[in-house]
Design a protein around this ligand. Structure first.
Ligand code: SF4
Length: 403
């Protein structure tokens, strides 16, 4: 995740760079509690549906996992789905999680965050609720596969604001909804939304099947220009909206290029030091995923690479146990190839989202096809680019039969 607003602050009110310590990194854990969901989103990486799925963690298994996560000392836990509120013991799990982690967040489609549910979310003391919206009105409903989803999600936003819960909108940028970005930022301002998260499309689950809908590079650049403008207003004019982006770490390089055009060398060097300390893509290092079946992955999109299962092993043991893919992902510099391997900014970006390279080429270290920076911008010789080929009609994960 690229914290655009935070790094914009570094240009306005610089603070010293903090580097990671030498010890093992405790990851932010994104935990998909259930695959069940009342919506049917076109880019859903878990390929959820409104049915019960077999094999999900029992209540006791979930509580044991929470105990281990708490003892391990993870910095943050994000409860996700499917729709996490569709899990019958969701509130018991959330209550048990609250004293065990510093930062507890809920990632939801928002349609069930209302009335008594919203009261319970507030009562548990979630630090943050992220609600997914993929456009205004009917556009959102088309992406989410259910009429009325936009109105219901907006009710969820308002229910959070009414209860003083920090709330954000989560938006996945595609060719079909990029025009809605200005209106969504306006919606944030009108509703007093605290945070805006722009996610780039990842080719996993239905997001892989529909990868032909990924935003063209020029659209991504235009979207970033808009977000940078808004983040600048937040930093310079005290109009707060915390803007973050996800799943395309080249955003950090694009922002650095913007800074080069507007700030002096010393300030840009300071920003670059902060970005290098962050290091870009954090799959397998600063982020981890537990899926609905208890399988542990390097991030939420690597469903076909499993480190182990919390039903039979502790998460903390799996994460520190020398898994070969985790070791490779944690190597700096990473063994990147092609354009990413030659890039002058790979220490900032970290090579971006490896699952996209894997989905297109079968090689997790090939270049990320979603890098929207030009050859000149990243200091590489002009050459052929990896092009986005259509989905081949077969998911890499045989369990994903609801495509
Ligand atoms: S070429 Fe690769 S490493 Fe460089 S900015 Fe683009 S995605 Fe990141």
């Amino acid at each position: 995740m690229f914290r655009l607003s935070g790094y914009m602050e570094q240009l306005v009110r610089p603070t010293p760079v903090r580097r990671r310590g030498a010890g093992p990194v405790r990851p932010v854990v994104i935990w998909n509690l259930t695959r069940r969901c009342n919506l049917r989103c076109r880019h859903c990486y878990t390929v959820s549906a409104d049915v019960d799925f077999p094999g999900e963690l029992s209540h006791e298994q979930a509580l044991a996992t929470l105990d281990d996560l708490g003892t391990f000392g993870i910095p943050a836990l994000i409860l996700s789905g499917g729709e996490p509120l569709d899990r019958k013991d969701f509130f018991q799990i959330a209550e048990a999680a609250r004293p065990r982690v510093r930062m507890l967040a809920l990632s939801t489609n928002g349609t069930k965050v209302d009335g008594e549910n919203a009261d319970r979310v507030a009562g548990i003391g979630f630090d943050y609720v992220g609600i997914s919206i993929d456009g205004i009105g009917a556009t959102n409903d088309w992406f989410r596969g259910v009429d009325g989803a936009f109105d219901a999600a907006l009710r969820g936003v308002r229910a959070c604001k009414a209860r003083d819960i920090k709330v954000g909108l989560r938006f996945t940028l595609t060719e079909g909804n990029h025009r809605h970005l200005p209106d969504l930022l306006k919606l944030c301002d009108d509703e007093g939304v605290d945070k805006f998260y722009l996610s780039h499309l990842v080719y996993a689950g239905r997001g892989d099947k529909n990868r032909g809908e990924d935003a063209a590079h020029r659209r991504t650049r235009a979207a970033m220009d808009l977000l940078i403008d808004r983040a600048w207003i937040a930093a310079a004019e005290n109009a707060p909206l915390d803007i973050v982006t996800g799943n395309n770490d080249a955003d950090a390089v694009y922002f650095l290029k913007w800074a080069e055009r507007h700030f002096d060398e010393a300030r840009v060097a300071h920003l670059r030091s902060h970005l290098e300390a962050w290091g870009g893509n954090s799959s397998g290092l600063g982020v981890a995923n537990i899926d609905t079946l208890g399988r542990v992955h390097p991030d939420t999109y690597w469903s076909d690479y499993t480190i182990g299962n919390v039903k039979t092993a502790r998460f903390s043991d799996l994460w520190t146990g020398g898994d070969p893919m985790l070791s490779q992902l944690r190597t700096r510099p990473r063994p990147l190839k092609g354009r990413c391997g030659a890039c002058a900014f790979r220490d900032v970006c970290g090579g971006n989202t490896r699952i996209r390279a894997l989905q297109l080429t079968g090689d997790p270290w090939a270049e990320d096809p979603a890098c929207y920076l030009s050859d000149a911008e990243i200091g590489v010789r002009a050459g052929p680019r990896l092009t986005l080929t259509p989905f081949r009609g077969k998911s890499r994960d045989p369990e994903h039969k609801f495509l």
